[in-house]
Structures are given as C-alpha cells and as structure tokens.
Design a protein around this ligand. Structure first.
Ligand code: 13P
Length: 262
C-alpha cells in the first residue's frame, strides 16, 4: 500500500514509575529537548497520580499527555477506576488500552479492551490499542492469528464511521522489558499485517491513516533500523522513556530515518 510516511509518533509509557517531582523534571527536560525533534509527535504517559504535574510541566508546548488505562463507565460506584471524561479533565488526549501488562497481570480480555476502546473514543480520547503475542504463540506460528483476534475484539466492533485515524501499538510480549527487541523484519511483518487488516475491515483510507507503533525494548540504538521499515510509524517506549536523553535519542534516530526517506 503506498502512502506518505509521517514523521515519527513516539509515546513514553512510564508505567508505575516516578513521583511528582521526578515526573515534572522529566517532562520539563523533554519539553526543552523537543526543539531538536520538531516534526515528531511526542506523548507522555505517566501514572494517574502524576497526570496533573506533567500537564503543568508541558503546558504551552505541543507535547501530548496520555493515561495508561481507563474504565468504560463515565462515573459511579467503581472504586479505584478512572473514566474517560475524568482523563479529558486532567488534560489527556490519549489513553493506552489493553497493554499486555493489563492483560497478563490484571485480567484484561479482548472484550474489555473493546469496551475501553469505544469508551475512549466516546470521551474524545485517542485510544492507543495495544496488541501482541506471547512467546509460545510466536513459536507455534500463531502470532498473526492472535493479533487478528485482538484487533477484531479490541477495536470493539467499531463501524467504519466510528474509526478515522486509529493508533495501534504492536508490542510482542517477549520483547517487553527483556532487552530482546523484535528484528526490523519481524516487526514489519506484523505491522504490514495489521495495516492490511485495517484496510480489509475499515478501508484503505483508514489503513493509510492508521498510526502503528512498535514497542518492546526500544532504545536509541535500534530505533533507526526499525523506523526505516515501511509500516512502523513510531514507538511506544517503556524503560528508555524514563530518561530524557534516551527518549529524545529514540525520537532523533527515528527522525533521521524519516528525513533520509524524503
Ligand atoms: P520496554 O520499552 O521497557 O520494553 O517496555 C515496552 C512497553 O511495554 C511500552 O508500553
């Protein structure tokens, strides 16, 4: 599928890390360094407790803010949960849905991911829908089948009209926090498959518009070759996003690949 490549989209998932002061410091450093990577889209995804501190530190910049999860109801007796409207109120434009840690450690299913995706869109948030196979599925040759099932349910049966530009993050579970990255060829195979799946389900326009991120042990040293692949539009970064130099280094290397394409 021919399409114009966009500048990299890079989101930092801070997971359950950083207190208020550290979160604000890191955000300020990223806002400062942002001038060196002006074309890229940057999104910071701190824990809930630091959303307000990060929102304050990035105010006036074009760095985006996201949350790590949401609940599908808007309000009510749901102790411990946070809704889409609340995240909008906190300044979020994005929300992760179905991260593999939520799936593996907290019982998230393809069905609950679908409900959350719909709720995010209804609240005016851009969901970053996470998919990815575990090692046994890859070894059994069932990675693509698993991704298809996650997409079918995780997009919540949305109709063509509901979906304009979607953000999908492909994170092979065996590559998260392990130091073992998918090779560019392995990642591209799945990214191209995801884009084709979107084309088949939602049409070529939605597929061309979709932003498909790779996640799993991304570092400055591997972001250049990964971003050179046709269907890798950016990254969802865990560990390396906790350091401004690492995060901006990843963005800079992806941008270098992007500029060379022009
Ligand atoms: P690491 O970059 O630490 O492997 O984490 C990836 C991830 O889970 C991002 O959401």
């Amino acid at each position: 599928m021919t399409r114009r490549r966009r500048a990299p989209f890079v989101a930092g998932n801070w997971k359950m890390n950083l207190g208020l002061r550290e979160a604000a410091d890191l955000s300020r450093k990223i806002v400062e360094a942002r001038a060196s990577v002006p074309e890229a889209t940057l999104v910071l995804i701190p824990p809930y407790t630091a959303l307000a501190a990060v929102a304050g530190a990035i105010a006036g910049s074009d760095v985006g803010l996201g949350a790590q999860d949401l609940y599908w109801e808007k309000q009510g007796a749901f102790t411990g949960e946070v809704s889409g409207p609340m995240l909008r109120d906190a300044g979020c434009g994005y929300v992760l849905v179905g991260h593999s840690e939520r799936r593996q450690l907290f019982g998230e299913t393809d069905e609950t991911v679908g409900r959350k995706t719909r709720a995010a869109l209804e609240s005016g948030l851009t969901p970053i829908v996470c998919v990815g196979e575990v090692l046994e599925e890859r070894d059994a040759g069932r990675a693509l089948e698993r991704i298809d099932a996650q997409l079918a349910k995780g997009l919540g049966g949305l109709s063509k009209g509901d979906l304009s530009c979607i953000v999908i993050a492909y994170e092979p579970v065996w590559a998260i926090g392990t130091g073992r990255t998918a090779t560019p060829v392995q990642a591209e195979e799945v990214h191209a498959h995801i884009r084709q799946w979107i084309a088949d389900s939602y049409g070529n326009e939605a597929a061309a518009c979709a932003i498909i991120l790779y996640g799993g042990s991304v570092k400055p040293a591997n972001s250049y070759p990964l971003f050179r692949e046709n269907d890798i539009d950016g990254f969802l970064v865990g560990g390396a996003s906790l350091d401004a130099g690492g995060f901006i280094g990843i963005v800079g290397e992806a941008l270098r690949a992007h500029r060379e394409e022009k």
